[in-house]
Design a protein around this ligand. Structure first.
Ligand SMILES: [Zn+2]
Length: 275
């Protein structure tokens, strides 16, 4: 016997959206950006429609790409509320502590160093790798750690086949929808949105109905975020964050009981390294 999620949180990125493969789509000055943000809104709407069909009563969508002003509010299903803008304390997971039953990650991408479309971890210019308590993780795993801290399981991840495999590896029982098959980092064989939206909607509905079958990710306590930068100069800049410990010339660690504090330190280190 499973129980239904009433309160559903949907975090949306752009690199794993149906049809998105390149920087002309993901960057706000790109010539194909307007199409990509409409596609992002379309994949999000498919997840919202599924969640509603499954019985969700509150749906909050969080825009999680770039300056976090990509999703088009007036084209989003009116039953969902939208979190937009940046900065926000927990970035792609802002508001996850507000008593949700289930989280979904739509349009996500694989971690830096893996084969997925537009693969990166938080910042493609700065970050080589991130580990959480010794386990290498991409954004899906890091964000699932934050959700897990609040007891919220992740029931659905959508993107290319690489992020789907990555999510299943970290989370175990999770529904995944591959809206494209990565060929290289900048190419993929893509489903038509008519098809991908149907798959996302069906998976979101099933995830909401089966919410109690998913487990919140637990990584142990305290939580150590280890970050490897692309060069030692970035580590020198990032090492100014109080509590950061240098492991080697390109690697820092930050440990805290509360993963939201560790995550904010991680984001601070990345910001300093990029500046
Ligand atoms: Zn992104």
């Amino acid at each position: 016997m499973t129980s239904t999620a009433k309160r559903v949180y949907i975090s949306v990125d752009i690199e794993g959206i149906t049809g998105v493969v390149g920087r002309e789509q993901t960057g706000q000055t790109g010539k194909d950006y307007e199409r990509a943000r409409r596609a992002m809104t379309g994949d999000a709407n498919a997840a919202i429609a599924g969640a509603l069909a499954g019985g969700a009563e509150l749906i909050v969508v969080n825009d999680g790409h770039g300056n976090m002003q990509n999703l088009i509010l007036e084209e989003l299903n009116p039953e969902a509320e939208l979190v937009i803008g940046s900065p926000k304390p927990l970035t792609q997971m802002e508001g996850i502590g507000d008593g949700f039953d289930l989280a979904m990650f739509v349009g996500y991408h694989a971690r830096m160093g893996s084969a997925g479309v537009l693969s990166h971890t938080i910042s493609g210019n700065v970050v080589a790798n991130i580990w959480v308590n010794g386990r290498v993780m991409g954004e899906s795993g890091i964000n699932a750690t934050l959700a897990g801290h609040f007891g919220v399981p992740v029931g659905l991840v959508t993107g290319d086949q690489c992020v789907c495999a990555e999510a299943r590896d970290v989370l175990g029982n999770v529904k995944t929808v591959a809206v494209k098959q990565a060929i290289t980092r900048y190419s993929a064989r893509c489903l038509n949105p008519t098809k991908s939206h149907g798959l996302i909607q069906a998976a979101a509905e099933a995830a909401v109905r089966e919410a109690s079958s998913f487990s919140a990710l637990k990584v142990g306590n305290p939580v150590t975020f280890r970050i490897q930068f692309k060069d030692s100069g970035m580590t020198d800049s990032a090492g100014r964050v109080p509590g950061a410990v240098k492991v080697d010339p390109t690697t820092l660690e930050f440990t805290h009981e509360d993963p939201t504090v560790g995550f904010k330190a991680l984001r601070s280190m990345i910001g300093l390294a990029a500046s």
